[in-house]
Design a protein around this ligand. Structure first.
Ligand code: NAP
Length: 443
């Protein structure tokens, strides 16, 4: 794997800058058709790309397959959005002028992606950027550069002109991207990763007043009311917790369950998680793969130990697996105290703490008592309560009676320390467009 120097990153930006005018002028229909061909190619090669992802990241093949298909959806969706970039024409209030607006690509963008969804985080950014007419430099996470390189090769094969997408693989992320953030030719940064690095990049970007999109960490509450369909809530919980082995910004981090159903919910969830097959992602039937690295596994072990020290009771799991590799047992913890780090920090692993509540107000307040605000899950059969609580929760997204919210056609993103900007939906392409207003004198 090439290890880029800061000068290599600048060369990538040079290429993106040189390709920008022609790509911006490229007919939107043709931009869309390249994305559409890339969508079809990725779907046709789903098994190869899934294997590549499992080998570099560890998740089970079935999950890698789902991610590849989810990643491809962003290319299909934005291939359709490329031809729907519109402005407006209005008569000025005095009648003596006309107000015209048009949307133009913001220009060369830097896209920085994390390791947990190696392909989807790239297509979710590059899809709208390319549809809008922007050129890009992509800096994938150092643990998972292969999926991004495969994606770039497919774009090239599908007719993307040289210089429009440039991938920089690097082991020194900060040193490599710093010169780009200081370069006024770069017009936008879209970042997905931790809140801590997001804050740092935001401060570095202030020198050039870069346009920013920040998809950062989460601490998702999963609320189950007493009137919820408990079977659906348990299945939703398995999805919300165990998708990607819990290594997802959208992963349910804490389960707030009404006191009348908490014990039953916890027991059922423990039974489901306790029976999951753990192993290498390439083994048939495996439902949970290894964690990304030793550091992440040890952090999860530390958080669980802290919860147990504060009185939590493991209903299943509770420790790393005693075998080579970074495996952690699927874990459900009952009797979790308010004082544990588990409730305030992003776990990023297969651990589900269950906490009971007695009133709707208590549940909402507990759910909101975090600096994060990405997603919340809510299970109830009462429509009025569902809407009341959904409106009161301080998050960018809500899963209502479902444990998964990701959808290329929907606006993904957070509030508070989970960041700002939206990816997917109609909102996704707006992040890569600048509005130009043309004042017309009709006197
Ligand atoms: P991370 O450490 O913030 O890394 C994310 C990306 O930023 C990687 O490509 C990394 O490169 C790069 N990076 C790190 N330090 C940098 C610096 N000083 N300057 C420029 N780039 C830098 O996050 P992670 O641990 O890999 O990913 C997990 C986090 O991502 C979690 O907090 C999760 O919630 C969040 N996430 C959020 C979303 C969302 O949409 N909200 C989606 C997925 C994940 P290296 O690999 O070289 O360090």
């Amino acid at each position: 794997m090439a290890d880029a120097s800061p000068a290599d990153a600048v060369a990538a930006l040079d290429a993106a800058v040189a390709a920008a005018p022609a790509w911006a002028a490229h007919p939107p229909r043709e931009r869309g058709e390249i994305l559409r061909r890339a969508y079809e190619t990725i779907v046709a090669r789903v098994d190869d790309l899934a294997l590549l992802m499992t080998l570099e990241m560890g998740k089970p093949l079935a999950e890698s397959r789902s991610e590849v298909l989810y990643a491809a959806e962003f290319l299909r969706w934005f291939s359709e959005e490329a031809v729907r970039i519109e402005g407006r024409y209005a008569v000025s209030p005095t009648g003596s002028g006309r107000i015209l607006t048009t949307k133009q690509p913001v220009g060369p963008c830097l896209l920085i992606t994390p390791w947990n969804f190696p392909l989807a985080m790239g297509t979710r950014k590059a899809g709208p950027a390319l549809a809008a007419g922007c050129t890009v430099v992509i800096k994938p996470a150092q643990q998972t550069p292969l999926s991004t390189l495969a994606f770039a090769a497919i774009l090239e094969e599908c007719g993307l002109p040289n210089g429009v997408v440039n991938v920089v693989t690097a082991s020194r992320a900060g040193a490599t991207t710093e010169p780009l953030l200081e370069d006024q030719r770069l017009r936008k940064l879209s970042f997905t990763g931790s809140t801590e690095v997001g804050r740092l990049l935001m401060s570095q970007s202030s020198k050039t007043l870069l346009r920013l999109s920040m998809e950062l960490g989460g601490n998702a509450p999963f609320i189950v009311f007493e009137d919820a369909d408990l079977d659906a809530a348990v299945e939703g919980a398995v999805l919300a917790k165990m998708r990607n082995g819990g290594e997802a910004c959208t992963a349910a981090n804490r389960f707030h369950v009404h006191e009348t159903v908490a014990a039953e919910f916890a027991a059922r969830l423990a039974k489901r998680l306790g029976s999951m097959r753990v192993g290498r992602g390439t083994e048939a039937g495996v439902e949970l793969g290894p964690m990304i690295d030793a550091k992440q596994r040890d952090k999860v072990a530390e958080l669980v130990a802290d919860a147990i020290d504060h009185g939590a009771r493991p209903l299943t799991g509770g420790a790393p697996l005693d075998r080579p590799g970074y495996f952690f047992e699927p874990t459900v913890l009952g009797d979790v105290s308010d004082q544990t780090r588990l409730l305030t920090e992003e776990i990023f692993g297969p651990v589900a703490p269950v906490i009971s509540f007695s009133t709707e107000e208590q549940a909402t307040a507990a759910a909101n008592s975090t600096e994060y605000g990405l997603v919340a899950y809510l299970f109830t059969a009462d429509v009025k309560r569902a809407l009341r609580v959904a409106e009161a929760l301080e998050t960018g997204m809500i899963g209502l009676n479902q444990g998964i919210v990701s959808n290329a056609a929907a606006p993904f993103g957070g509030v508070k320390q989970s960041g700002f900007g939206r990816e997917g939906g109609h909102e996704g392409i707006a992040e890569y467009l600048a509005t130009k207003y043309i004042a017309v004198n009709m006197d």
